[in-house]
Design a protein around this ligand. Structure first.
Ligand code: GDP
Length: 304
């Protein structure tokens, strides 16, 4: 992803090479090109507008540093602005002072939550944590089974409702909020230090799903609510991200399907609209196709 955006920006900046001083017209022309490149990469219009305005203001206002030519100065500004939107410094997981740390996953159906749950569990286990996966997606047929398969592959246990078996919060009723609560209680009892709660999504945003996610959040008071979003959804990313941020409240973003031919715009749009950092990237269907997201490296890749 970002290949074509990267190519476009590189050729834009090439035109500035060798210029001793940039006129306002040079800056206008460059900013226009950046605008087009971002729009073509599927970055949301509102995000592009704010981004180029900021770049232009800084390009016109900043003293050119002695060590950089004006072209390099613009590249530096664009780089810093990209890093800023993507969340600044690499954001580490917020661990609870008193275990267990509760991580809730939210997002549309098909975004890749259940897959990510397995990846995150495997990653955390490799770091020495003792995660428990909790299957609260009772909407999608097979989601519980899929999580159990992922848990087995990751070597991480899965808490799932057992029909007919009653528990403290009666998870057996099939109420995802009760399952979430039971799962966290199980983690405490069995001394797991991290709980990853997989939740249900729908194909589009709907009130019932948002309410359910908000209720799960209220019930388990997570340390992180990770909004999982398919990078391929392009312009729709903005509305979806906004709805989840408003309806559930998110603390971080996970981008999935970055192995596809997504043009990358969703990454910038979602991070900008939510104001929340991108923390992880999912790059395939296998549990190891998982990366910690580094905003500075991603910005460098875009501007390479
Ligand atoms: P959920 O409904 O949000 O739980 O989504 P799933 O985890 O079931 O993922 C939906 C589909 O996308 C499945 O077929 C996954 O194998 C696939 N998938 C998930 N993450 C990725 C990814 O990073 N890359 C690719 N290529 N496919 C993925």
């Amino acid at each position: 992803m970002f290949n074509s955006l990267s190519d476009r920006l590189t050729s834009t900046f090439k035109n500035l090479r060798g210029k001793g001083r940039l006129s306002e017209a040079d800056i206008d022309g460059t900013v226009r090109e950046i605008r087009r490149a971002l729009l073509d990469a599927d970055v949301a219009v509102s995000v592009v507008r704010a981004f180029v305005a900021q770049v232009k203001e800084r390009a016109l206002g900043e003293e050119v540093s002695a060590s950089l030519n004006p072209g390099q100065q613009i590249v530096k500004i664009v780089n810093e602005e990209l890093v800023g939107i993507l969340g600044g410094e690499t954001r580490r997981l917020n661990l609870a002072k008193v275990a267990p740390t509760v991580i809730m996953l939210a997002g549309l159906q098909g975004a890749g939550k259940t897959t990510l749950a397995g990846k995150l569990a495997k990653h955390l286990k490799a770091q020495g944590h003792t995660p428990l996966l909790v299957a609260c997606d009772l909407q999608r047929p097979n989601a519980v089974k899929q999580l159990q398969v992922n848990g087995e592959r990751a070597g991480v246990p899965v808490y799932a409702p057992h029909p007919g078996v009653s528990s403290e919060f009666e998870a057996a009723t099939g109420d995802p909020v009760a399952v979430a609560r039971d799962g966290v209680a199980e983690a405490k009892a069995k001394l797991h230090d991290v709980v990853i709660v997989d939740t249900a999504g729908r194909l589009g945003i709907d009130t019932e799903m948002m309410e359910q996610a908000a209720n799960i959040r209220a019930a388990v008071n997570p340390d992180e609510v990770l909004f999982v979003i398919d990078a391929m959804i392009g312009q729709d990313a903005v509305n979806t991200a906004q709805a989840f941020n408003d309806g559930v409240g998110v603390t971080g973003v996970v981008l999935t399907k970055l192995d596809g031919d997504a043009r990358g715009g969703a990454a910038l749009s979602v991070a900008s609209v939510t104001g929340k950092p991108v923390m992880y990237a999912s790059t395939g269907e296998n549990l190891d196709d998982f990366e910690i997201f580094h905003p500075d490296r991603m910005a460098s890749r875009i501007l390479d």
